[in-house]
Design a protein around this ligand. Structure first.
Ligand code: ADP
Ligand code: MG
Length: 252
């Protein structure tokens, strides 16, 4: 188990829980999809998991240790091992930095404690090229600025940055929602292949059940802050599915 969330509660306004008693865990090498309509609490859950939102109740454990009682070293280890890719790649990239410098940033932050298995750091140039090739981008893009790239290319850069320090888990919060349909499909394929080659775990958040179905081995369904259903992908048409899951299936 990489992360385990137990009975998590989070509210922004008294009396209204954005996340209401949610428990879930993510295994090594597993891709868990989290699906539900806009406003149901998916991003709040993700932000709690990333430690940028304070939780009201419950616990989050990483490698068996609760985050609330974590030492600085454990927190840093946690921060390195859980990377993110958000919906809007333009907002995630510093417009003043060349792509190569954005790509190098996580590595330079964590290089003293990194033991890379897949990537090799011989020089900055070679490292950047290896990252760009891994996400199927031309190496020349390293010298460009974000505004010179398409949305799909920028999202590939944020994915390259996330994998550069070989985290255990990547939280993908609607990573294809801002892209055109062609780029969406291509990004999902890239994510699937990276998961295989790098042995990554994903928490893939989307309002789109079809996308979640394509990428994930297990699917969790949220509504109004609550986790209603969680099942292996192959059990999606099982008669024991929650009525709300069946509703989502009927429109996908
Ligand atoms: P989702 O990602 O599924 O669309 P969110 O987690 O963004 O849902 O939102 C869940 C609920 O919490 C919504 O009612 C939303 O309006 C509210 N919410 C989210 N973020 C904040 C915030 N920073 N401050 C106040 N309310 C918020
Ligand atoms: Mg959201």
């Amino acid at each position: 188990m990489i992360v385990e969330i137990n009975n998590l509660k989070k509210s922004y306004h008294p009396g209204k829980l954005a996340v209401n008693d949610v428990s879930l865990s993510i295994d090594k090498g597993e891709s868990l999809g989290l699906v539900g309509e806009s406003g149901c609490g998916k991003s709040t859950l993700a932000r709690c998991l990333l430690g940028v939102e304070r939780i009201d109740e419950g616990s989050i454990t990483f490698n068996g240790k609760p985050l609330t009682k974590a030492s600085r070293k454990h927190l840093r280890d946690y921060r390195r091992n859980i990377q993110t890719v958000f919906q809007n790649p333009t907002a995630s990239l510093n417009p003043k930095l060349k792509i190569r410098d954005s790509l190098l940033d996580p590595y330079l932050q964590f290089k003293d404690e990194l033991q890379l298995e897949h990537f090799h750091f011989t020089s900055k140039k070679a490292f950047v090229e290896q990252l760009l090739e891994t996400v199927e981008l031309p190496v020349e893009l390293g010298d460009r600025y974000p505004h010179e790239l398409s949305g799909g290319q920028k999202q590939r850069v944020t994915i390259a940055r996330a994998i550069s320090i070989e985290p255990k888990l990547i939280v993908l919060d609607e990573p294809t929602a801002s892209l055109d349909v062609l780029s969406q499909g291509a990004i999902l394929e890239l994510l699937a292949s990276l998961q295989q080659t790098l042995g990554l775990s994903y928490l893939f958040i989307s309002h789109d059940l079809a996308a979640v179905y394509q990428l994930c081995q297990r699917i969790a369904v949220m509504k109004e802050g609550e986790l209603l259903d969680m099942f292996q992908k192959e059990d999606i048409y099982d008669s024991s599915r929650h009525a709300y899951t069946k509703e989502l299936i009927s429109i996908f």
